[in-house]
Design a protein around this ligand. Structure first.
Ligand code: MG
Length: 378
């Protein structure tokens, strides 16, 4: 049997059986997928979302996540998260939630691995500066750029644009772009990834900030969520040293919030009598934590914003990134070649030059952008 065999059923029969047996009726079943923009022959034993996951993992944009910062730059050490390890943590949490809820793990995994693939170098600072550089040309948004990467910029060596992912994977990312304007709720698989992203970054940003000594644990313990997690750790363990205690609290924060989310989601599925994908689309937002926990999470987020994301060390880094990106943007606008390969320019023919430059910068890693700056400014 060859992969191009067009007589194959659209979804491997074993997968259909497995999903019918294992997935809940409100999960997105592979056989109900709306397919791909450009139809392709089915695969003999991989389902559509498994193929999407593999395409994302094998893309150059995914590999570049290892060279993109999450909150802290590479030079600051080797403990903290990069954009890649953040993505892996989100994927792990999302799958943990997906299995007991009996929703489609393959789709969840593809969505989670994709979610930050369009992040520019230098994290949210990079995004804000690019957005400002492109303010007269439609702006820049990392979620929208993710769609641009998977729909156009990535090349699989086939005569198709981008990765040609399943419509559900693209829809999940479109939701991230158009959150406010969508009338329908996204799939549960999408809601799970949103929740996992948020639990992951709140927890690991605090952990990284502690390791980098931008925060002290005594300060974090004044925040209700951390204090309660610490209390839960003390109830179970005694005689932990400082580092063991910190690791245990971080673990507890992940475990506690994930478990809470699971219980609350199950309750809501039951109360709202959700039994189909259509019910999910029409219902209120289903994957939400307990309101009290949500409030405490918000308190932690605003604390992290003031004390970590606006820490003098981070602000200094923001200034550097600001200068670097603006300078590279201006120079590439004046003289795109040869820094932007002719192939990239040809591929983007018809697009305005500022947008091409913006895409090109967004595709760089922190390191390659610094090297480009050095080359352009001598
Ligand atoms: Mg993320």
């Amino acid at each position: 049997m060859s992969i191009s065999d067009t007589t194959l059923p659209p979804v491997p029969p074993d997968l259909v059986k497995r999903e019918d047996w294992f997935l809940a009726p409100y999960a997105m079943h592979s056989r109900l997928s709306a397919g791909r923009m450009h139809p392709e022959p089915p695969h003999p034993y991989r389902g559509p979302y498994q193929r999407d996951r593999d395409r994302i993992i094998h893309s150059a944009a995914f590999r570049r996540l290892s060279g993109k910062m999450q909150v802290f730059m590479g030079e600051m050490g080797d403990y903290h998260r990069t954009r890649l390890t953040h993505t892996m943590e989100v994927t792990a949490l999302a799958r943990t939630l997906a299995r007991p809820l009996r929703i489609n793990e393959d789709l969840v995994e593809a969505l989670a691995l994709q979610h930050d693939i369009g992040h520019p170098p230098f994290g949210h600072t990079g995004e804000e500066i690019l957005d400002d550089c492109l303010k007269h040309h439609g702006g820049f948004n990392h979620n929208r750029h993710t769609l641009r990467v998977v729909e156009a910029l990535e090349q699989r060596g086939l005569n198709l644009p981008g990765l040609n992912l399943s419509r559900e994977v693209l829809e999940g990312q479109s939701y991230r772009v158009e959150k406010q304007t969508l009338r329908q709720r996204p799939l549960l698989e999408v809601q799970i990834v949103e929740a996992a992203d948020s639990i992951a970054y709140d927890t690991h940003d605090a952990d990284d900030a502690l390791e980098l000594q931008l925060l002290r644990i005594e300060d974090l313990l004044k925040i209700t969520l951390w204090d309660r997690a610490a209390e839960r750790v003390r109830e179970r363990f005694t005689n932990l040293d400082a580092l063991q205690f910190r690791r245990a609290v971080v673990h507890e924060l992940l475990d506690w919030q994930t478990t809470d989310l699971l219980h609350n989601t199950r309750d809501r599925l039951e109360r709202l009598e959700i039994s189909t994908v259509e019910d999910v689309r029409q219902a209120e937002w289903i994957v939400r934590p307990d309101p009290e926990l949500a409030e405490q999470k918000a308190e932690l987020e605003s604390y992290l914003f003031d004390r970590v994301y606006r820490h003098p060390i981070i602000c200094k880094m923001r200034e550097e990134a600001d200068h670097l990106i603006r300078e590279v943007f201006a120079r590439l606008l004046q003289q795109p070649e040869p820094s932007i390969p002719a192939e990239f320019l040809r591929f983007n023919e018809g697009r305005e030059l500022p947008n091409i430059v913006g895409d090109f910068i967004a595709c760089q890693t922190d390191r390659s952008l610094k090297a480009l700056y050095a080359a352009l400014t001598g």
